[in-house]
Design a binder for this molecule. Sequence first.
Ligand code: ADP
Length: 274
Amino acid sequence: MVKLTKLIDDSTLVAPGAKSELRKRVTVADDILPEREAAEEATKENAKAIDALQDALWAERHRSLLVILQGIDTSGKDGTVRAVFNRCGPLGVSVTPFGRPSDEELAHDFLWRIHMAAPKKGVIGVFNRSQYEDVLVVKVRGLAPADVIEQRYDQINAFEKHLHDNGTRVLKFMLNISKDEQRERLQARLDDPQKNWKFNASDLEDRKLWDDYAKAYETVLDRCSTEHAPWRVVPADRKWQRNAIVSAVVRKALEDMAPVYPKPDWKASDFQIT
Ligand code: ADP
């Protein structure tokens, strides 16, 4: 398991300061996770371990974990949340999706709504989209002036360092799917009545901007993978590989944090329950 986790880290990590070379990165992980059954088993075990570690994190109430999920439409952000955190007690995990900002949110700086949703001590926070939308969709669709967007990379790095220095471990995953895989997933949303609700015609507009998004993602990975909050690019064409990879990294991060149950300052024999 330790060896596999190291393999996963080596192949998915964007080394801080290095070029991410997103276009050269794979969208399938058959070399490290060839067997579906074994990968699904690993995901289940990781989810169980994450639950146990989360319990101790909550009891300890000193630190928190923030898991950021980014990826183009249909990349599987929702499915990842379900697979990785389905064993956790709902009290200890807070999932926040970030859609188009409201008027109130737009009236503040772009990190305001993000900071408000950052996990409190003892909690695992999961962001489905994040502050990175403000240098992705906002850049690709020209929703803010270029010089304003340009400043945001450093501002995001400083913000994440602030979280890190205040006890929040930050993990960032870019779910990397191929354009062909996206076509299939969009088609399934049109064809499968149970998936129709997920179809959004604007996703087709974003698909036309595939190359622009890829470029914007590459800039994010090049400029915002830091020692305190590194990016990982997850091959995500196969959902079972994606789930195994993300769950392994989350589990390892929690194991490294090693939360401990607080020791009581009393003895059981001090009390008598009548
Ligand atoms: P999802 O596609 O994540 O399942 P939605 O259908 O609600 O959820 O889409 C959210 C939309 O909000 C996406 O198109 C995303 O690009 C957009 N969005 C998120 N953050 C911002 C932002 N800061 N500015 C503009 N649009 C944003």
